[in-house]
Design a protein around this ligand. Sequence first.
Ligand code: AMP
Length: 132
Amino acid sequence: MPTIFSRIINGEIPSYKIAEDEHYFAFLDINPIKKGHTLVIPKVETDYIFELDDQTLSGLMLFAKKTGLAIEKAVPCKRIGIAVMGMEVPHAHIHLVPLENEGDLNFKNPKLKFTPEEMNTIAEDIRSNFIL
Ligand code: AMP
């Protein structure tokens, strides 16, 4: 059975998409810990990030860099934090989280609530700064 992230890639489940290319896809986390919290995933379905082959893993990081640079321009922050957990969804993904201070990269922090309109605006702002 495909993962929820594969179903997002295939368009079966909607997402606040930021960018995609042949191998990678970036979209807003639906339960953000900070405004602009984004997930970057490979299109290949692999659970554990360190099970990705070297080329896919390094390409994922480069796609995360492009995405992070776009987030930085769209969302006021000091820098973009990177985290990998994969405790919930068995499809490798990198969390990109805009940071003001070190406490911002804490997944026990309360999740933020944005309306669909606000999420669309955040995604559009990031998208418009994304350079493929
Ligand atoms: P983890 O696997 O522990 O890295 O956490 C999975 C992350 O995926 C969580 O931050 C969820 O909020 C996020 N997530 C789960 N389902 C969706 C979805 N349909 N769209 C966007 N983000 C999601």
